[in-house]
Design a protein around this ligand. Sequence first.
Ligand SMILES: NC(=O)c1ccc[n+]([C@@H]2O[C@H](COP(=O)([O-])OP(=O)(O)OC[C@H]3O[C@@H](n4cnc5c(N)ncnc54)[C@H](O)[C@@H]3O)[C@@H](O)[C@H]2O)c1
Length: 264
Amino acid sequence: MTRIVMSGAGNMGRQIMAAVEAADDLELVGALDGLSGAGSVEIAGRQIPLGNSLDSLREWSPDVVIDFSNAEWTVRLIPAAVEAGVRPVIGTSGLSDEVIADAERRVNEAGLGGVIAANFALGAVLMMHLANVAAPLFDSVEIIEQHHDGKVDAPSGTAVATAQSMRAARGQDFTRREAERHNVEGFDSRGAELGGASLHSVRLPGLVAHQVIVFGGNDETLTIRHDSMSRASFIPEILRAVRAAPELDRLVIGLDRLLGLRTD
Ligand SMILES: NC(=O)c1ccc[n+]([C@@H]2O[C@H](COP(=O)([O-])OP(=O)(O)OC[C@H]3O[C@@H](n4cnc5c(N)ncnc54)[C@H](O)[C@@H]3O)[C@@H](O)[C@H]2O)c1
């Protein structure tokens, strides 16, 4: 049995806890949430101890802590987890490169294993992998990302990461046609530009998280599309990371590396 603590008892945390509760090989021993009062949280009809202090990590001594919370909390959680000999599986967004490098150093020096992934959706990670295969072979590309109207930022982090990794895979900017005339004054409908890729953002009620990558070639186009229907799409790969963590002896950064799609 692998003993699990969930860090972050929000929307993701509750879904992950329900999945851990349902797994025969995983035991949920507690939930940590820096903004909640201590007590308990009901998951699948069972009361799970809820703490708001990092000291609970030593008290509960889990094998793995899963973190889907907030970057401010995660930067404190990582050193506390490593000091307590607990393996981190981190999905919280907005961690800087410095924080990730520091986590890698701490986890590796302690001889522990763990996983940090900005995106745990299998299809999204494969979409980016396939886009990187196509990027050196097509000269033009546009990304259309579509999200629910509650999303506050644009373009999405995934769209930006896709454009950056395609640019890196290609080694040079894509060819992009600028508009010569803008028919709606003050707006450039050709979208944002990153490495020669155009990025377009759609925000509508009814959407969840979707991305279309269209490559343009000689009398042909190639379209790669990913649709995430709900937060449930993240769960299988989060559980894969949790099950892998006790076997790892270093911090694996990115689901693509965990899946063996990337070997650097
Ligand atoms: N890697 C992925 O594939 C993936 C997928 C979905 C969500 N996420 C990320 O996971 C995180 C959580 O997402 P969510 O939808 O559950 O959000 P949420 O807002 O529902 O939950 C966040 C939880 O973190 C806690 N929290 C917030 N700020 C805090 C702070 N300063 N200190 C301590 N605790 C704090 C809140 O109390 C809450 O319980 C976000 O960063 C989100 O972007 C990542």
